[in-house]
Design a protein around this ligand. Sequence first.
Ligand code: GDG
Length: 462
Amino acid sequence: MSRLIVVSNRVSAPKDPAAGSAGGLAMALSAALRKYDGLWFGWSGETVETFKPEAQFEDRAGVTVALVDLEAQDVDEYYNGYANKTLWPLFHHRVDLTEYERSYGEGYERTNARFAEVLAPLIQPDDLIWIHDYHMIPLARDLRRRGITNKIGFFLHTPWPARQLLVTLPYHRRLVESMFDFDLLGFHTREWLDLFRDYVASEPDIHGKLLANDAMEAFGKTVQAGVFPIGIDVDAFVEARNSALGNRTYDRMAASSAFRSMIVGVDRLDYSKGLEQRMLGYEQFLHDNPEMRGEVFLLQVTPISRDEVDTYQDIRQRLDALSGRINGEYADMDWQPIRYLNRTFRRDQLAGVYRAAKVGLVTPLRDGMNLVAKEYVAAQSPEDPGVLILSRFAGAAEQMGEALLVNPFSREELSDAIKRALVMPLAERRRKWESLMQVVRDTDVGVWRDDFVASLRAVDPQ
Ligand code: GDG
């Protein structure tokens, strides 16, 4: 059996899987690497004065990881710059926040070439290589330049943007051309893949052609593509929910919401997650339903992320102000409408919180998939499940049509959906939950991983 090499910007293989802090993706990829005797390659998170083209190896609970240190300029231009200030906002349709700095693009190219320099000598002839995410789009091209002919797959964890927005990126053709050096491209949803295909079919002078079974031709090369919706590790999540800490947290939150219904949101602090619009929608609900004030509260768990980037500092300030304003306006002596927490919790705690919440509010403005939606469903009790409100702009909406789908840009629509979720009869909640839980189970993270690896194995080499 050939080895599997997983490549991602940050290596998230956990040192101690029993600690329960690693996400489902890290656990699923680690399990695959143990099975296929593979390797996980990526940036160490550390900086050095002068780049050295060599990896440091570590064993993490039976998984070999190979880590590369980068120079501070690489981190600035490639990671904080092109990845987080250019591609992330652009891929989430925020051209207003996208920074089109030439030096970021140069840093991105340079750093990917550095990754290729270190990775190429580690590759054996039969290895399958699976590269993750928008940080590393040119890496297959750079490996090919070094003579690597192995099968290389790419999975994009974010949305793919509409062509009309992608073309605002200088060198968009070069970026897309480098994707034709992979053998397989994976997207979460049909919608993201169709947007990619639209670019290939419509962009002039690239000689693009759509072929059968989602293969494509352009730039004189062909690539196979497919839809691989990521899921969660359902069994591990249910176990976390049933653990001692999961139960204790559930009891604590159930007591804290004994006479009130809890609505929960859990999101990294990111403008793509629609947190401002969510708070405004919740405020509209308080305004529209005075009789329900005092009977609900919103618990919004929002760990800080990418704090080095200005736009993230801005959104943080705006959310501080907004949550404060809504609390100031609506709170009573013994009730606060929003509990806004900028911290992380353990997964088993989160599972207990989800389970105690009558409503899961997942309303990104645009999201590759969104795993919180699936975790909320997996944590519910079958006898008395809560209701998921889900943005129609999350990739998860393509699979989870039984949720209350909303347009997160409309505060009235959010307000109506919150009301409807809170008064939904038990029979309807159960019917919806059963159908959603079936989807979450049928497309869990193991299915996603095995489908991708099998498709990569089966693809005809370039
Ligand atoms: C990207 C794409 C795609 C959050 N707070 C805590 C915590 N979390 C965990 C959640 C969930 C994960 O973080 C967030 O996953 P999402 O899928 O919601 O979003 P992104 O981080 O933006 O992920 C996304 C994903 O990649 C996978 O392809 O679905 O569309 O943007 O698992 O539970 N975990 C813990 N404590 C917290 O306080 N332990």
